[in-house]
Design a protein around this ligand. Structure first.
Ligand code: CUA
Length: 112
């Protein structure tokens, strides 16, 4: 059980009070836009991803992100915490044609 002191500390944590950094991403044959996403270590990140054509996927292995992006432009929302600094590939996780293997972006998490 958490003591009262621990609970009030959690409520005052400034990171918990701020909205996530929201980034809109468009997936299309065969690229993500923007291709490079830069955030800060420890930041809460919300990706809102839509397809401009057919089905794609978006995967960032480090943060256990993997979602299908449907055709037709309906957005999918993905929340995660950029808990470790580094450069992480953003991959397409659904086969989408001849350029599928080349459909890559980069998530750059800058150290605090
Ligand atoms: Cu886009 Cu595979």
């Amino acid at each position: 059980m958490l003591g009262a002191a621990a609970m009030s500390h959690a409520q005052q944590d400034p990171a918990a009070a701020t909205a996530p950094r929201t980034i809109e991403v468009v997936a299309k044959r065969f690229a993500f836009e923007p291709a490079r996403i830069e955030v800060t270590e420890g930041e809460r990140v919300r990706l809102v991803v839509k397809s401009a054509d057919g089905v794609h996927g978006i995967e960032i292995k480090k943060f256990k992100v993997n979602k299908k992006v449907p055709r037709g432009g309906d957005p999918v929302t993905i929340d995660f915490v950029a808990s470790a600094a580094g450069e992480y590939p953003i991959l397409c996780s659904e086969y989408c044609g001849d350029g599928h293997e080349d459909m890559k972006g980069m998530l750059v998490v800058v150290a605090k």
